[in-house]
Write a protein that binds this ligand. Structure first.
Ligand code: GBH
Length: 447
């Protein structure tokens, strides 16, 4: 994979280049180590929920292969690695006793990263809620969970706040609420918009309570949140498409950004929701709106909104990924500019960006994934363009380091820089890994 075909974008000297994973998607189980079940274990055990019928009991077996996986990060030359703590590994019931064996794993992971010169960036909740909280109080449908989450956050800040560079409270609350409680596509699999919107509020409340609890500990880590944004674009400039795109934006981008930065849910979205709007107690919005040290943005694609029948298809000059998501690198530039203009956010980090690809393994075992190289190059270039326009973005984490458990798609969709053979657990760097490695080496030379 040559740099002449995919030229290296120029980024600032101190720009952080990394890769990301999450606990439920890579760790797997180590029987007898005290980890409690999460709602994703239960969801995987429900027939028909995971497309290939798989589960997360082994995944990438990272729990047993962590040191070698850190060596792979070192081979890539990563500045930083973003991982998540599995709440039920740390605190099996989501309240009460801490699991020292689970905490010791993350302690080793962080020290191994630091010894390798890789900055650890952690997320507290990447969707694997302790099943006990789901059973006991209905998970995020209850405000109790927001309070338990803050206790857990404080414990992590207390134990690891001297070594973690950043701590993000939540990963993608939109996915948790909407995909988990409205669409039934993710755990716990409910199908109620009313429940989903209440959940979104409790997630934000949990974020706010966790921020306060962690600030009280005074960790050295920067504290923030990670949001996923799928910018909505009207297919035609008709009142109907423009209105639909506006509502989609209100329920995705503004639903989370407005409470965090303006202290209120967007009025048009509240009106659109009617009876499904969440119940808010006095003081909640002040808890949610507190200064963030950084804002993590996950961006994969845009939302092409067409209300005409049949729908106007997305133009997709760069095609679609293996999930069927349109590839539109320029949306990343446009969206970073828009967030800066509308919210004056703290420094931003691209905490996820990547693509699933039906990778081709050659006869000699090499993994050919040119579309991923193009995606990576295109989006790093989009970040460089946003920087040139004055946006404050400090880092980029490719999703994902490894092929892994892609939630309801099981193991069928591959986002990794490394291919994982799930029979042998062998990892093979793809062409994109070689390109990213050369790009990072080139970038470091220019420092
Ligand atoms: C992330 O979610 C997750 O954080 C990560 O765990 C996951 O593995 C990764 O992405 C890949 O899925 O409008 O139909 O074109 C991203 C979730 C992806 C949700 C894009 C909205 C829009 C699809 N978002 N999606 S569409």
């Amino acid at each position: 994979m040559t740099s002449s075909q995919f030229p290296f974008p120029t980024l600032p000297r101190d720009f952080v280049l990394g890769a990301a994973t999450s606990a439920a998607q890579i760790e797997g189980h180590a029987p007898g180590d005290g980890k409690g079940p999460s709602i994703w274990d239960a969801f995987c055990a429900t027939p028909g929920k995971i497309k290939d019928g798989s589960d997360i009991s082994v995944a990438c077996d990272h729990i047993h292969r962590m040191p070698q996986d850190v060596e792979r990060m070192q081979w890539l030359g990563l500045d930083a690695y973003r991982f998540s703590f599995a709440w039920p590994r740390v605190q099996p019931l989501g309240q009460g006793a801490w699991n020292e064996t689970g905490l010791a794993f993350y302690d080793r992971l962080i020290d191994t990263l630091l010894a390798a010169g890789i900055a650890p960036h952690a997320t507290l909740h990447h969707w694997d809620l302790p099943q006990a909280l789901q059973d006991l109080v209905g998970g995020w449908q209850s405000r109790e969970t927001s309070r338990y989450f803050a206790d857990y956050a404080a414990e992590i800040a207390r134990r690891f706040g001297d070594r973690l560079v950043t701590i993000s409270t939540l990963n993608e609350p939109w996915c948790v609420a909407t995909l988990g409680y409205e669409m039934g596509q993710f755990a716990p699999g409910l199908k109620s918009r009313k429940a989903a919107m209440q959940v979104s509020h409790h997630l934000l409340l949990g974020h706010g309570l966790a921020m306060s609890a962690m600030r009280a500990i005074g960790p050295r880590s920067q504290l923030g949140i990670v949001l996923n944004h799928t910018p909505a674009v009207a297919a035609e400039k008709t009142p109907s498409d423009l209105h639909a795109a506006r509502i989609a934006d209100g329920l995705d981008v503004r639903w989370y950004m407005d409470p965090l930065f303006r202290g209120a849910y967007p009025a048009d979205a509240i009106e659109h929701l009617g009876d499904d709007a969440p119940r808010i107690e006095s003081g909640d919005m002040a808890v949610i709106r507190q200064p963030l040290d950084f804002l993590g943005i996950n961006l994969y694609t845009r939302n092409w909104v067409s209300t005409r029948e049949p729908k106007i298809p997305a133009p997709a000059p760069h095609g679609f990924n293996d999930m069927g998501w349109e590839i539109v690198p320029e949306v990343l530039t446009q969206h970073l500019v828009r967030l800066t203009r509308d919210y004056m956010p703290p420094p931003m980090i691209i905490t996820e960006n990547g693509m699933a690809n039906a990778d081709v393994v050659d006869a000699d075992g090499a993994v050919e994934d040119t579309p991923r190289v193009a995606y990576l190059q295109g989006h790093l270039d989009a970040v460089a363009k946003a920087l040139a326009m004055g946006v404050d973005v400090r880092g980029y984490f490719y999703w994902s380091l490894l092929d892994n458990f892609e939630w309801d798609s099981g193991y069928a969709k591959r986002f990794g820089l490394f291919r994982v053979d799930y029979d042998t657990q062998a990892r093979t760097p793809k062409a994109s890994a070689h390109w990213y490695r050369e790009f990072i080496a080139n970038h470091k030379r220019s420092r």
